[in-house]
Design a protein around this ligand. Structure first.
Ligand SMILES: NC(=O)c1ccc[n+]([C@@H]2O[C@H](COP(=O)([O-])OP(=O)(O)OC[C@H]3O[C@@H](n4cnc5c(N)ncnc54)[C@H](OP(=O)(O)O)[C@@H]3O)[C@@H](O)[C@H]2O)c1
Length: 278
């Protein structure tokens, strides 16, 4: 029986950090979380905020692995994948949830004249090539069509309906929907997130061949979340629509757990579990 593990990348702050804490509390699986720097600081901040119960802290500490990964430096993906391979050999383990979140909104251009080539390229390297390189280096760990996935409950509050398939999630944003674009602006960020929809579908077609129903790929919009990325816009959002990272993490996991292979694979879902059209 193949045992599950979870990838959260990046996890240094924002939604990925809250997600790692949430998954440590609510699952029994080992987690590989990534950060660009200060690995011990990131590890401490994830574990510190994970409750004071001694047994739970021991379990969380032994299940949490932090590795260095910068999506703009491919050798760091290669070495992180090598570390995953030694921690979770493919003959005993499979990647059950890959929750990938690289994304920056550093240059929200209002008009084409605001576009700076180097700034735009930086966004595209992180927001488009980042998720693609994660697929390249970690997609191999997803279960194959004949992988014997363990039926042991992964979540401590598992229901009977828990899906057996693995999920690859790439974090997008609703502004990446072309049909929903009513405001304009944010040229590079919008384009980068539209590209995530395309990557998600293309990768899902690859998984359909390689893994059949054992693994699916989806894109995901977390809502507006109170993180560094959105801080310049907090005052423009209704209080009840500005989510804490903890709430965003819970919603993301709930949506992943409720996706069905045939109906939901290859598409873009929001925090309510509703489809976002391309
Ligand atoms: N917050 C929102 O309202 C919102 C809404 C829609 C979609 N999203 C999407 O959700 C995802 C997570 O956003 P967030 O709000 O959690 O952002 P955040 O708090 O600003 O965190 C950004 C994360 O990206 C990491 N990062 C930056 N450059 C990187 C690189 N070259 N390689 C690897 N990691 C890198 C940062 O690491 P360092 O700590 O090392 O800088 C940090 O962990 C993004 O894809 C974003 O587009 C967010």
């Amino acid at each position: 029986m193949s045992k599950p593990w979870i990838l959260v990348s990046p996890a240094s702050r924002g939604i990925g950090h809250a997600l790692t804490r949430h998954l440590l509390r609510t699952t029994t699986a080992p987690i590989l979380a990534t950060a660009r720097s200060d690995l011990s600081g990131v590890r401490k901040s994830i574990l510190d905020s994970n409750g004071s119960d001694g047994d739970r802290l021991d379990s969380a500490s032994s299940r949490l692995h932090i590795t260095r990964l910068d999506v703009t430096q491919e050798p760091t993906l290669e070495s992180a994948a090598a570390e995953a391979s030694s921690l979770f050999p493919q003959f005993t383990h499979h990647l059950h949830f890959a929750l990938t979140l690289p994304g920056v909104l550093l240059h929200p251009e209002k008009s084409p004249r605001d576009v700076n080539y180097h700034d735009a390229l930086e966004t595209l390297r992180i927001n488009v090539l980042g998720p693609l390189l994660l697929m390249k280096w970690f997609g191999e760990f997803l279960p194959r069509r004949n992988t014997d996935i363990s039926l042991e409950p992964l979540f401590t509050n598992s229901g009977n309906e828990e899906p057996a398939h693995a999920t690859w999630l790439t974090t997008s944003a609703r502004v990446g929907s072309t049909s929903d674009n009513r405001l304009g602006g944010w040229y590079t960020y919008r384009a980068s997130k539209a590209a995530v929809t395309s990557l998600t579908k293309t990768f899902d077609l690859h998984l359909q061949m390689r893994c059949r129903d054992s693994a699916i790929s989806i894109a995901y919009h977390p809502g507006t979340v109170r993180t560094g990325l959105s801080k310049d816009y907090w005052d423009r959002v209704r209080e009840d629509r500005l989510f804490t990272p903890e709430y965003a993490a819970r919603r993301m996991v709930d949506v992943v757990r409720s996706r069905k292979v045939a109906e939901h694979r290859g598409k873009f879902w929001d925090w309510k579990g509703e489809e976002v059209l391309p």
